[in-house]
Design a protein around this ligand. Structure first.
Ligand code: SAM
Length: 472
């Protein structure tokens, strides 16, 4: 029985409710009056229910679909301006005891090189990432209680935060590791992590079990209830996602929004971010073996509908997507992207030899961080290396209420400009620096609060003179 406040996975992600949502949205996909009504509600920027958003996703009326895209674009502008936050993944270990059929790290893959970074190697990787200009990482690891126990993950986080090379530092470490216990989530919280990210992969229980035939990840309920345990352990910011291609996308979309509704209903705060990964080719994985792959048009529609359904939730697109695809979805609602990424264990400090490929998937966007930063600015976006909210304690409901009050705008734009300035001073190519400084001059007048503006101008000057780490 569907119950968003239940603590049981099968009740807050109720299979029958998803099926009913799909038939409901099928019956409404050409109902112009109803779709217009939903769009009117969406314009209030308070989000939509999974049923309403599913109708927009199913909508087959061309002109109304254009309205959906325009509204997504407008909401993105209102909440996130033209800022895009930058991050990079750091793979710590690809030892894994699970049997995920879409992932090359599955335990039965006997030929992929297994690697686990030592603390010394992590130091080198972090220096390489700092030298690129990164300030925010997402750490990734397979699930292996012997090789990658929580103590190892905690030690890695401590090492990452301890490295300060030249003007570099990693100011926010987000964590993408397997579902774990409340006690372990508490340890991660105490280690000062940013967002805890865990992709559901698929919300369809039967498919989930078939796609995870062996290992602890096989347990659908334990995996699906992980965010509740994370929040119980004191982690305020959690990141959801499904791996598009595993199941029918409309099923996943409804499940994803039901999960967000559940977190809001139970914990008073929805997900901090939603990621939209698609299955990619990797070692022994062929994406064509999965029959639910989605094309770029569907991908764009999903991004737009998520933006409208949960306006306060950041949305992440990784280098799984090509430059062209990323360009297409940026304005529809993406707020964070990775750049210069490596999906191998190690590889930032020293490229892996060709016969030692430990990558989790093939990267489609192989540009350097500097190229991505320049490209963003050429498109009119401000690349932001900001980590201020989490460091100022603006997490969970405090972040959401600031966001909802509109006050966040007085922090985000100056913080984006100041962290961009740091990047330009310390890491940018001369071409990128010229473009970036021009952008900062153009954007400064858009800071509406005169006191904040004056302070930002002074701090930008101080950054030019060598000072670092200012934030509102
Ligand atoms: N082992 C942890 C877990 O089970 O959640 C960490 C996640 S893994 C390092 C990061 C994510 O990569 C997975 O959750 C999955 O969605 C995604 N992934 C796995 N194989 C992939 C593939 N072939 N293409 C694209 N993404 C993939």
């Amino acid at each position: 029985m569907y119950n968003p406040v239940s603590t049981k996975a099968e009740e807050f992600i109720d299979h029958q409710e998803i099926l009913d949502t799909l038939s409901f949205s099928d019956s409404k996909k050409n109902d112009r009056a109803y779709i217009l009504e939903i769009l009117e509600k969406a314009k209030l920027r308070k989000g939509l229910s999974h049923r309403e958003a599913s109708v927009l996703l199913a909508c087959e009326e061309d002109d109304l679909n254009q309205e959906i895209y325009s509204l997504a674009e407008q909401i993105k502008k209102d909440f996130y301006g033209n800022r895009i936050v930058m991050f990079a993944p750091l793979y710590l270990s690809n030892y894994c005891v699970n049997g995920c059929v879409y992932c090359p790290y599955h335990a039965t893959n006997k030929h992929i090189p297994r690697k686990k970074l030592t603390q010394e190697e992590i130091r080198k990787e972090v220096i390489a990432l700092q030298d690129m200009g990164h300030k925010r990482l997402a750490i990734e690891a397979g699930e292996d209680p012997v090789n990658n126990p929580i103590e190892y993950i905690l030690e890695c986080i401590q090492t990452i935060y301890s490295v300060h090379h030249k003007n570099g530092d990693i100011r926010r470490v987000n964590v993408n590791i397997a579902a774990t216990t409340v006690e372990n989530y508490r340890k991660l919280r105490d280690a000062g992590i940013g967002t805890y990210i865990l992709f559901q992969e698929t919300y369809h229980k039967e498919s989930y079990e078939a796609l995870h035939p062996t290992g602890p990840k096989h347990d659908y309920a334990y995996h699906t209830e992980a965010m509740d345990r994370a929040m119980e352990g004191g982690i305020d910011d959690v990141g959801l996602g499904v791996l598009f291609g595993l199941e029918r996308y409309r099923y996943e979309f409804a499940g994803l929004l039901m999960h967000a509704e559940h977190l809001e209903a139970v914990h008073g705060v929805g997900p901090h971010t939603i990621s939209v990964p698609r299955i990619k080719r990797a070692d022994d994985i062929n994406p064509d073996d999965f029959s639910n792959g989605i094309d770029d048009n569907t991908f764009a529609k999903i991004v737009a509908c998520i933006r409208i359904a949960v306006p306060y939730t950041g949305m992440i697109v990784s280098t799984r997507e090509s430059k062209a695809c990323r360009e297409r979805v940026l304005h529809l609602g993406i707020s964070q992207i990775s750049g210069g990424s490596k999906t191998s264990v190690g590889g930032y400090y020293e490229p892996e030899p060709e016969d030692e490929n430990s990558s989790q998937f093939d990267v489609s966007d192989n540009r350097t961080l500097d190229e991505v930063v320049r490209w963003l600015m050429e498109l009119g976006y401000i690349p932001s290396f900001c980590t201020a909210c989490y460091r100022e304690g603006r997490t969970g409901d405090r972040f959401m209420s600031l966001c909802k009050s509109g006050q966040i705008q007085n922090c985000c734009l100056p913080n984006a400009l100041m962290t961009l300035k740091e990047y330009l001073e310390d890491y940018a190519s001369p071409e990128t620096a010229v473009l970036g400084n021009k952008m900062i001059t153009q954007e400064l007048p858009n800071i509406t609060n005169p006191v904040v503006k004056e302070k930002a101008v002074n701090q930008l000057t101080a950054i030019h003179q060598g000072k670092r780490d200012f934030r509102f």
